[in-house]
Design a protein around this ligand. Structure first.
Ligand SMILES: Nc1ncnc2c1ncn2[C@@H]1O[C@H](COP(=O)(O)OP(=O)(O)OP(=O)(O)O)[C@@H](O)[C@H]1O
Ligand SMILES: [Mg+2]
Length: 197
């Protein structure tokens, strides 16, 4: 199972890393516009985001837009003792973040208020490498998000992904948490809808 996941991670990352800068920028803008139109985004007052790294969707601009829209924003921080994600409210990314695991910027504990529970979040944009139209999700292999979302109280789960990240099949384990929305440069996929067939 893990080796199947690992080879899929490698092939999709190679494709994603190969996107020319201007193509990627165009995709990022299209995805951003689509997320902002999503009623579930518009309705949500408290959101979970992430700071992008590598060839990921430019989630940092989305994070800034969330704040501009007057919403509450939470960002994750890796807890190295428990190997899980802790969530903190951030209202000024410029001054409240520091580089963490893999250089990804994360909230500074002393400058941010910690969320009591994930059920404070209404809408979450998750990172990831590959997705199926039915909502299966392949992350980077830490199980961080699967653990964070393992409880029954879940926000609306969405991902921003380039079309090349949407694949036919992903091996899934009991603990893998699926997503409801996949937003690509070309379409907004409702995974629940796909599940009906
Ligand atoms: N709720 C959980 N409790 C305990 N272990 C878990 C849980 N969720 C996932 N794991 C374990 O974490 C490891 C990595 O999981 P997986 O390969 O699905 O990572 P991923 O989904 O790619 O990563 P991420 O969730 O960080 O995006 C696996 O061994 C998996 O069994
Ligand atoms: Mg998983």
């Amino acid at each position: 199972m893990q080796s199947l996941k690992q080879s899929l991670r490698k092939s999709i990352l190679t494709l994603r890393d190969g996107l020319p800068f201007d193509v990627k920028s165009g995709f990022d803008a299209a995805i951003m516009a689509r997320i902002l139109q999503l009623p579930q985004y518009r309705k949500a007052q408290t959101l979970l985001g992430y700071m992008n790294f590598g060839s990921e969707f430019a989630s940092e601009s989305w994070v800034n837009q969330v704040l501009k829209d007057g919403k509450r924003l939470a960002l994750p921080r890796v807890n190295r003792h428990t190997n899980t994600l802790d969530l903190y409210f951030v209202d000024d990314p410029e001054t409240q973040l520091e580089p963490g695991l893999w250089g990804i910027r994360e909230p500074m504990v002393e400058r941010c208020e910690r969320l009591k529970a994930i059920n404070e979040v209404e809408f979450a944009l998750l990172p990831g490498i590959a997705f199926t139209r039915k909502g299966a999700r392949l992350g980077y292999g830490g199980g961080f998000y699967d653990k964070l979302l393992s409880g029954s109280a879940r926000p609306v789960l969405a991902v921003a992904a380039y079309g090349l990240q949407v694949v036919e099949e992903i091996p899934q384990e009991e603990t893998d948490v699926g997503v409801e929305w996949i937003i690509t440069e070309n379409e907004t996929i409702s995974c629940r809808q796909e599940n009906k067939f």
